[in-house]
Write a protein that binds this ligand. Structure first.
Ligand code: GLA
Length: 681
């Protein structure tokens, strides 16, 4: 068990980005009074304040920020203080145009929006660190500061730069990785298409080419670009660490399933994981993605609580149509994040802006002021989170791990593959959904993590796997786990070179099968699946394979097409007691759900509670107490049976055998902690 995620802040955090420099100072007292009304205890200050703190090179104006932080301290509102380096002012790009990022077609982007910098620019780095140093030394001991916020959403707008400065940095990174040019030529398979390099100076980022650029060059450029941004974060982090106390942790806000930064590597470098989540209101399944992303954030932090750093109270402004959130959704979706391990709920932003590109983005305090529905929802959530203070620091336990490796994701979605329709996120969501619907807790894990503690290890899509990753998956199976490998997995090594001899080479023995040929399906087509356990209308879309079962039971077969009669889903009983499943296609949702339920129940994976459809349940525990979260995403009242009576925290009442959860509402029952073995079957 851990203590609270923010040592200097009791309970759960509630608040948002406050940009006081964008408002007359006469507004500030009203802001703080309304924050108190809403139960706000944490604000993020200074994210986009570079120009307000350094209006021209080396002229600093910190006095306004002194006053802001002092007011916060007086009002008892803690501060997540940004280093203000997220977006340089126009003077940087104007005086040093070489700091501006360049696209793969050689176009240099302009200042005038935000985040316009080349991640490898030494001038940008120098200027950013110089500002950060002033911020940190000035406020290192300020009583209001409880958290440091480095940059903002690294890579959101500029994840890559193809300029000459970046090219030099890329070459350095490649020298580090490969040592010699011969090794680079081998890894990149440059004997193909006459691509062999004869000197390091010829090696460049994958700029716009007449046809597919070298895939391993593209993959390495993604690795490099993620590392390059990360080095900006760690440089500021080290600087902060050298000046501040350990009870003021350091974070930078992630963006959920953001493809362009390898968050396993990033999370390892921060004290607290924090994240921004903007569900797509047009997606009826966004609650599932909300849960998945929250589980991912918890997992990135090694199971520690994390912070929802940004979300919108209501509308955003950056999709094509931006309706307000339906009544109650702000509360329900916020508490969902807490249910999955968040110890804070923060929003972008405190007060809705009157000018600039985000004036049509909602804030906690809307344009119309406090006499509004959304303000009432803000105040209500503040009260709820205060009632949930004892949950702070509680952790979750999962018997099931889903594997996710950013490198595999990048390689999978490069050009020149058997199918461009196969997407990492779609596979994760498809496999996650049935587990979520049945209250099965899930962790995410990197294949090279120690997986031996899990009862079930799922690899919905793991196109690329290292030898170490494959060995780790096999070690989990040896330790008794049920291992499930999805289609087109184990296909290539970290150089994106095919592992030969029948796919999926590293897992053939484990699974007792081999694959002769991949057979992706054309858009809109499906292949029937049949087997003793399945309804005749089972089918697969997107992808199929020609599978040979050598030492495995055939659970489902292809029922039509060229592959008719061949195995589609197989299971091998493993000597360690687990099972080795292979799923060579994307089964329809009902069939996939049936398969996954069988896998997890055979493996003995626990469920938080017996749940009616539409109700999400999770369990967070401290050493003393279990907190059972029940969230009703449906439109009718639902009854959740309780294994142990307890105290319901939202209604402050005793909960007996059954808890009734109204539609769109949440119930959280605290009861004495049970041992892990006592979970629902
Ligand atoms: C991101 C940024 C914020 C703001 C919001 C708008 O999360 O970090 O500064 O632009 O998007 O949704």
């Amino acid at each position: 068990m851990t203590g609270p995620v923010l040592p200097r802040l009791a309970g759960l955090a509630y608040g948002g980005d406050w940009n006081p420099e964008q408002w007359p100072e006469s507004c500030w007292p009203e802001d703080l009074a309304l924050m108190s009304e809403a139960g706000v205890n944490l604000v993020t200050v200074g994210v986009f304040s570079w120009a307000a703190l350094e209006p021209e090179p080396d002229r600093f104006t910190f006095e306004w920020l002194d006053r802001v932080l002092d007011l916060c301290a007086e009002a008892g509102v803690a501060v997540d203080l940004a280093t203000a380096t997220a977006s340089p002012p126009p003077w940087l790009g104007h005086r040093w145009p070489e700091t501006l990022p360049v696209t793969d077609q050689g176009v240099r982007l302009s200042y005038g929006a935000r985040q316009q910098y080349c991640p490898s620019s030494p001038i940008f780095r120098h200027r950013a660190l110089a500002l950060a140093e002033r911020v940190v030394t000035r406020y290192a001991e300020h009583p209001a500061v409880v958290l440091w916020h480095v940059g903002n959403e690294y890579g959101a707008h500029t994840a890559f730069c193809w300029c000459d400065v970046s090219a030099t940095a890329f070459r350095e990174w490649l020298r580090e990785r490969y040592g010699t040019l011969e090794e680079l030529n081998r890894a990149w398979a440059t004997s193909f298409w006459s691509q062999a390099y004869s000197a390091w100076s010829e090696v460049i980022p994958p700029r716009r080419t007449p046809y597919f650029p070298n895939p391993t060059q593209q993959l390495d450029f993604r690795r490099f670009s993620s590392d390059e941004l990360l080095s900006l974060f760690t440089a500021e982090r080290d600087l902060i660490r050298s000046h501040t106390t350990a009870d003021r942790p350091i974070t930078t806000n992630f963006m959920r399933m953001f493809k362009d930064a390898d968050y396993w590597r990033w999370a390892a470098e921060e004290d607290v994981v924090s994240d921004d989540w903007y569900p797509d209101l047009a997606d009826p399944d966004s609650a599932i993605e909300g849960a998945l992303g929250a589980d991912l954030m918890r997992s990135l932090g090694g199971g520690r609580p994390w912070l929802l750093m940004e979300q919108a109270v209501s509308a955003i402004n950056w999709r094509s149509v931006n309706p307000p959130k339906p009544s109650g959704a702000y509360r329900l979706w916020s508490l969902q994040q807490v249910a999955h391990g968040a110890d804070g709920v923060l929003q972008f932003q405190w007060r809705a802006a009157l000018g600039g590109a985000e004036k049509w983005h909602s804030g906690m305090l809307p344009h119309a002021g406090p006499r509004t529905r959304s303000w009432e929802e803000v105040v209500r959530l503040g009260r709820d989170l205060a009632a949930l203070a004892p949950v702070a620091g509680a952790r979750s336990q999962a018997d099931v791990a889903i594997l996710l490796d950013w490198e595999s994701w990048w390689a999978l979605e490069l050009d020149s593959r058997p199918s461009n329709l196969i997407r990492q996120k779609d596979f994760l969501l498809a496999w996650y959904q049935p587990l979520w619907e049945h209250g099965v807790a899930v962790d995410f894990a990197h294949p090279e993590h120690d997986l031996t503690g899990y009862l079930v290890v799922l690899a919905p899509q793991l196109y690329l796997v290292s030898d170490e990753g494959a060995a780790s998956v096999i070690a989990a199976a040896d330790a008794g786990a049920t291992v499930v490998i999805g289609c087109f997995s184990g296909a290539v090594d970290p150089d994106d070179q095919v592992r030969p001899g029948g796919y999926p080479a590293p897992f053939r023995d484990l699974l007792g099968i081999w694959v002769e040929e991949y057979a992706p399906l054309l858009p809109g087509s499906a292949v029937a699946l049949c087997g003793p356990d399945q309804a005749a209308d089972a089918s697969a879309t997107l992808w199929t394979e020609s599978v040979h079962a050598v030492d495995a039971e055939v659970v489902l077969s292809y029922g039509s097409g060229d592959l008719g009669g061949q195995p589609a889903v197989t299971r091998r009983s493993l000597p360690g007691g687990g099972g080795g499943w292979y799923v060579s296609c994307l089964p329809d949702p009902a069939t996939l759900a049936t398969l996954l339920q069988r896998m997890v129940s055979e493996a003995g994976a626990r469920r938080a509670a017996e749940v009616p459809l539409g109700v999400e349940v999770t369990l967070r525990s401290t050493t003393e107490t279990d907190y059972l979260f029940m969230l009703n995403h449906g439109v009718t009242e639902s009854a959740v049976p309780l294994a142990v009576p307890g105290r319901e925290l939202m209604t402050d009442s005793t909960a007996h055998a059954v808890v009734l959860v109204p539609p769109g509402d949440v119930r959280i029952v605290a009861s004495p902690r049970r041992s892990p073995a006592e979970g629902a079957p």
